[in-house]
Design a protein around this ligand. Structure first.
Ligand code: HEC
Ligand code: HEC
Length: 196
């Protein structure tokens, strides 16, 4: 189910995943089971509401505990701490072009966007995002460019309108969407460090 809901596009679990939100391997050590249950029943604004049933919640919670075994001291803290209210002076390009309809956690800027009309785009350009592009393929820079030009060419029933962007604007939006530090790379580099 962690795969099905793509929880790892934001969280680390069993040492795998993006580090955009808190590591679930570590969360079990500072949150009680009741608190974790509550987090799944009433997700915060930056976590999608999957409308999980109680049975699904129990299964997920078990998976989180199982995955965290021996890893509760996970130090792979989120790359960016998120605040509900932004103190950013200049509005970033994602917020201005996409943020009315989408929100996401980004490595570079923390939480951006306030919209819930479109899907939460956290981790879009990473291996952990669901493969929701054409024919169940992953989102890439090129796929995203094609989508923005004309969503209906990709998904005939898409309700998103084309968004016209200059090449520079598109590059800037991609930079917000990219994930560069996964738990895997984090542990890999730590291991190398320990060996020397
Ligand atoms: C789009 C990003 C995103 C996705 C996808 C996501 N979450 Fe979260 N989740 C968050 C954020 C943000 C928080 C609040 C804590 C934080 O800011 O890191 C959170 C909090 C939690 C917490 C409470 C942890 C704590 O210490 O407060 C649990 C448990 C949790 N998520 C489980 C899940 C599970 C299970 C899934 C998949 C079904 C999932 N999340 C999918 C963003 C996400
Ligand atoms: C006016 C609202 C609106 C704006 C502005 C908007 N989108 Fe969307 N977006 C949507 C909606 C609604 C969907 C769901 C499309 C569907 O019906 O399948 C969507 C879907 C998407 C998807 C597909 C995600 C998936 O997993 O299916 C991507 C990627 C996306 N938008 C990227 C962007 C980007 C990047 C921007 C800014 C350049 C943007 N959108 C601006 C409303 C918007």
């Amino acid at each position: 189910m962690l795969e099905q809901f793509a929880c790892r596009r934001c969280h680390v679990s069993a040492k795998r995943g993006n580090r955009l939100a808190v590591s679930l391997d570590a969360a079990v050590s500072w949150k009680s089971a009741a608190e974790l249950l509550q987090a799944l029943r009433q997700p915060v604004a930056n976590m999608p509401d999957f409308k999980l049933g109680e049975e699904q919640i129990t299964t997920l919670l078990n998976a989180i505990y199982y995955g965290s075994q021996g890893r509760t001291t996970d130090v792979s803290v989120p790359v960016k701490i998120h605040f509900a209210t932004s103190t950013k002076k200049n509005i970033d390009i994602f917020s201005s072009k996409c943020g009315h309809c989408h929100r996401m956690l980004s490595e570079r800027l923390g939480s951006v966007g306030t919209g819930d009309i479109g899907p939460n785009l956290s981790g879009l350009l990473s291996v952990y995002y669901p493969k929701t592009f054409k024919n169940n393929t992953a989102w890439t820079v090129q796929n995203l460019a094609d989508w923005l030009k004309n969503p209906r060419a990709i998904r005939p029933w898409a309700s998103m309108q084309p968004v016209l962007l200059t090449a520079t604007e598109l590059n800037k939006i991609e930079a917000v969407l990219f994930v560069t530090v996964t738990a895997e790379s984090f542990y890999h580099f730590n291991q190398l460090f320990d060996q020397h």
